[in-house]
Design a protein around this ligand. Sequence first.
Ligand SMILES: Nc1ncnc2c1ncn2[C@@H]1O[C@H](COP(=O)(O)OP(=O)(O)OP(=O)(O)O)[C@@H](O)[C@H]1O
Ligand SMILES: [Mg+2]
Length: 470
Amino acid sequence: MTMNLIYKSIIEAIIQNIDVGIHVIDDKGTTVIYNQAMADMEGLQINDVVGKRLLDIFPSLTSETSTLYRVMNTRKPIYNTRQTYLNKHGKQIKTINSTIPIKLTASKYGSLEIAKDITKEQELSKQVEYLQHELATKDVEDDKLRGYTFKSLMGEDEKFQNSISIAKKAANSASTVLIYGETGTGKELFAQSIHNESSRIDKPFIAQNCAALPETLLEGILFGTVKGSFTGAINRPGLFEQASGGTLLLDEINSMGLQLQAKLLRVLQEGYVRRVGGLNEIPLDVRIIATTNEEPQELVQKGLLRKDLYYRLNVIALNIPPLRERKKDIPALVEHFIKKYNMRLKKDIWYLSNDVKEAFLHYDWPGNVRELENLIEGAANMINNEHIIKPEHFSYEVFNKMFSNIQSTYRIKLEENKSLDDILEEVERNLINNAMSECGGNVSKSAEKLCIKRQTLQHKLKKYGMLKEE
Ligand SMILES: Nc1ncnc2c1ncn2[C@@H]1O[C@H](COP(=O)(O)OP(=O)(O)OP(=O)(O)O)[C@@H](O)[C@H]1O
Ligand SMILES: [Mg+2]
């Protein structure tokens, strides 16, 4: 055998056995090489294609739309383009293709296409995504097992109590509830409490965050899928079916795309659900609670929430006030979380120091109750054998944001060209002032609090002109 023949048989063996599709046409557009992998992908036989003109075999292609033709004519390669097509058996195939010009003679060019089937990888990645989602919701569901009820909702503020009384009424009906509250105000707690106080308590409570998933995946998860409806789809009931008889919480409804919002509206209005790709109409028996952390009417105005869906959801409107509008609930919440983390972390914390209390009351709480809880948990972790949470138990970052906007001894200004003596005097004056105001102006008690003699305090009060005229 000559070298050339050996080379040819090696190449032939590679072409027929490699799992990458290979298709070569000559300058007339006739197929000269077409391997098994390509035949498998396209659902054709090698003999159907080899020796035939490409455009006869693929009548849907033209010399413009066929990449093999384009590259043959332009002599410019095209790398890594994605293609999705249905093969002869109607199966959807996804490939990544590269098409390269091949010089045949001095003036004649053909072209070579290499295609890698990524359908399986895509199916796998869909499955991974789905499994991750399952795992994520499992975690949440374990939390749910603890089951929040109205008893777990702390707060005496009138606005907050008003929200509770609306929620309690909602528990007695099956109407849709739209909960609006900033992040961390307790929307999920309210939703669980409504479910647990309703007649549906023995049926599932399922929460789905609408922001966590891409729209197509979310659609399948909510409504279910039918095998074969798209690549990788299996027969699977959606959350609407899984929550049958119970409650479905659609969290962050405003993150749902408008198209899916329209489908959701249709389901709610018609009272039955159809799985993606399916024909059966499955009647619904689910109480829907939706949440948003932005003003619903503003969302409608901004075009992020469909108006018709808004009206359909907002049958019972439940607004939860932000913490900054119910600051008088802070002490009770603090006590509640101190108890919680004493138990969890095996600590013996009693209360907050006055500085911390003051800072908490002046703070704006953008993260609302969740932020408050996180701060207490963080500080509780820092405490060892002490009973009082003090500013130093917070991280530097928290310390800065909490204590920067209150007039306290911790806020010492250096920018005013003050000497150390001036600053120390200012600190001393502040501390004395605090002690005096806490003790109602009683000098003896203040001295005791400051751990100095009564006479010493008297002297300092005189020095700073802080003695009240008798
Ligand atoms: N009134 C309350 N009483 C006791 N704990 C509360 C209260 N409100 C909120 N919490 C606590 O704050 C945390 C956050 O509440 P939740 O998850 O319900 O907030 P959310 O409004 O759903 O927030 P997001 O919009 O960020 O999802 C809860 O884990 C709970 O511990
Ligand atoms: Mg939430």
